[in-house]
Design a protein around this ligand. Structure first.
Ligand SMILES: [Zn+2]
Length: 284
């Protein structure tokens, strides 16, 4: 799995290059600083939010210098392996993306690329795999399922988070969850462990059509397992009638259907397919 919380320090001595770089390098899972905007406390805050720092021509706070990845940005080609560099006359973000993947870092999507992305697979619903159609939700098989019991509960409405549902929709959702649990138990009788989660909901800059993943598994995976493998603090929330908590990441092992666990910190970067990757990584 890719990691977050990296510190990229890009050095360039040209004022124009600095502006160019800070304009080009804007990502959902990173915060870009210049000398004028960077402070120790801001760097701490970025890391707390599970994001990375892209510092352009900054002196990095001394606490962090040992973990900084230095990059040089120039307008000529450096023929060397010992330093990462960006040629500012070429495609900047393409070169930066290469460096990012070399370090196996997850810094999210480029902010620019999001604006043109209007196509929504869940709205179109040209899905031939629909298992159930309710009043406000439909149920479908997950496209790239982790295991064959992997289903998705999708609202017809293009909303970013289940916390945006009204009372009736919430009731229907809970009803569908109960029915799917029974359905999965009948279909996969040896899979006794359930897990349900909302996929990177309300991810600030992403206008995603939310969907809930539900799986039944032959191996043990519960909230405590997630807590062990996760770098996030998952807070317990009890589901009351019509009061689905505001969520950025929410999950339940359905042992008690009214117990949900969530991360609700504004600005927290939740990697794409976070829980799916944790399950896949540890149990495949
Ligand atoms: Zn949609």
């Amino acid at each position: 799995m890719k990691h977050t919380r990296y510190l990229f320090s890009i050095r360039t001595d040209n004022q124009n290059f600095q502006q160019l770089l800070s304009k080009e390098l804007q990502y959902t899972g990173a915060v870009t600083f210049t000398k004028q905007t960077l402070t120790n406390s801001k760097v701490f805050e970025v890391l707390l939010n599970n994001k990375s720092v892209i510092a352009i021509s900054c002196k990095m706070p001394s606490e962090f210098t040992s973990s900084v990845i230095p990059i040089i940005a120039t307008n000529f080609k450096i023929d060397a392996d010992f330093v990462d560099y960006i040629n500012v006359t070429d495609n900047i973000s393409q070169q930066f993306d290469k460096i990012v993947s070399k370090y196996n870092a997850d810094i999210g999507f480029k902010v620019d690329s999001l604006k043109n992305e209007k196509k929504c697979n869940f709205c179109l619903n040209n899905n031939s795999n629909v298992l159930y159609e309710g009043k406000s939700f439909y149920v479908t098989y997950a496209n790239d399922e982790i295991i064959n019991s992997h289903l998705l509960i999708v609202p017809y409405k293009h909303i970013n988070s289940i916390s945006q549902m009204n009372l009736n929709e919430t009731h229907e959702l809970m009803h569908i969850i109960t029915r799917l649990k029974k359905h999965l138990l009948l279909t996969y009788p040896s899979n006794k462990n359930f897990f349900i989660w909302e996929d990177s909901s309300k991810n600030i800059m992403l206008d995603i059509h939310t969907n809930m993943h539900i799986v039944s598994m032959p191996f043990e995976f519960d909230i405590d397992s997630l807590r062990r493998f996760s770098s996030f603090y998952l807070q317990k929330k009890v589901f009351y009638e019509g009061n689905f908590p505001t969520s950025y990441l929410i999950a339940s092992d359905l042992v008690y259907e009214w117990n949900w666990y969530m991360v609700d910190t504004t600005g927290m970067y939740i990697p794409e397919n976070y829980i799916r990757n944790i399950i896949a990584q540890n149990y495949e």
